[in-house]
Design a protein around this ligand. Structure first.
Ligand code: 5RP
Length: 273
């Protein structure tokens, strides 16, 4: 791996744990002003110092994130469909590598829609993006989209989507936790991070999801709604950090959540690189 590409990977995956706590705030690109992300700047600003990377689109980056930030940026560069369409898989590359370079990003990200009507296009777009990423030493994260067909969130489907993404050259893959997740990890030669999906019934459920994913081999989380739709988003993010970086148990992470709710500390417990 080229030095520049490796350096960008290690900005996101902290050397001490090899893992990352990525904050996902890209939902508006197809969902519009998502609940509690309507004012993106207000949502992002208090969370940013506690995230190892921030995943978003160029519009929200330019309008809602202060350029003094040192948090690595994972730029979503695919889009083209909204929740108004039945078929969300009709995406293309919507941001050039040239603009990604201009924005000084640490990685670019796009959705791949294995098993969907536009499977072929999304896979060819991924391969094209990897070629461009290699040229500029910018890692590519493939996002294994499950769209509206949540029943596809099973190990066989996700293992296929993750492996195909890695075979086409993705340097990092975002997927979903599922029963049999270790099989998804085993079949994927590049680091996997897990999304949270729609807000779960409790903070405990989201923390358990992260604990199970890390135990079964994930290199971190790329989580959104279970953090910023929480009534205590910074405390939730810190609790998740303890899972991802400090091997905390679910009970210990819930203690972090309670303590941070009562007495917030200024910085995350794990120093950033
Ligand atoms: C939207 C995405 C999200 O970034 C991803 O789903 C993570 O966010 P959440 O934890 O809310 O699911 O890719 O397309």
């Amino acid at each position: 791996m080229d030095w520049g590409l490796a350096n960008r990977m290690h900005r996101m995956l902290l050397p001490a744990s090899g893992n990352t706590v990525m904050l996902a705030v890209d939902h508006g690109y197809f969902m519009g002003p998502t609940h509690r992300l309507e004012d993106a700047r207000a949502t992002i600003t208090p969370l940013l110092p506690h995230a190892d990377a921030l995943a978003l689109t160029r519009g929200i980056l330019r309008h809602s994130v202060d350029p003094t930030t040192s948090t690595p940026i994972v730029l979503r560069v695919s889009g083209g469909a909204t929740v108004l369409q039945d078929d969300l898989s009709h995406e293309a590359l919507t941001t050039s590598m040239r603009d990604a370079v201009r924005l000084n990003v640490s990685a670019v990200a796009m959705s791949v829609f294995v098993g969907s009507p536009h499977e072929h296009d999304s896979l060819v777009h991924l391969a094209d993006l990897v070629d461009q990423g290699e040229e500029h030493s910018i890692p590519v994260m493939a996002i294994t989209a499950v769209g509206k067909e949540l029943e596809k969130r099973d190990a066989r489907y996700l293992a296929l989507a993750c492996r195909v993404s890695a075979e086409l050259g993705a340097h990092l893959v975002k997927t979903y936790y599922c029963d049999g997740f270790s099989k998804v990890v085993e079949g994927c030669p590049v680091p996997l991070v897990v999304a949270g999906g729609p807000k779960l019934d409790s903070a405990r459920a989201a923390i358990e999801l992260a604990r199970h994913a890390i135990d079964e081999g994930a290199h971190g989380i790329d989580m959104g709604r279970n953090i910023w739709q929480s009534d205590h988003p910074v405390a939730m993010l810190k609790a998740l950090r303890s899972i991802v970086h400090e091997k905390a148990t679910v009970r210990e992470a819930l203690d972090v959540l309670e303590t941070e709710r009562a007495h917030p500390t200024a910085r995350p417990p794990v120093a950033t690189a």
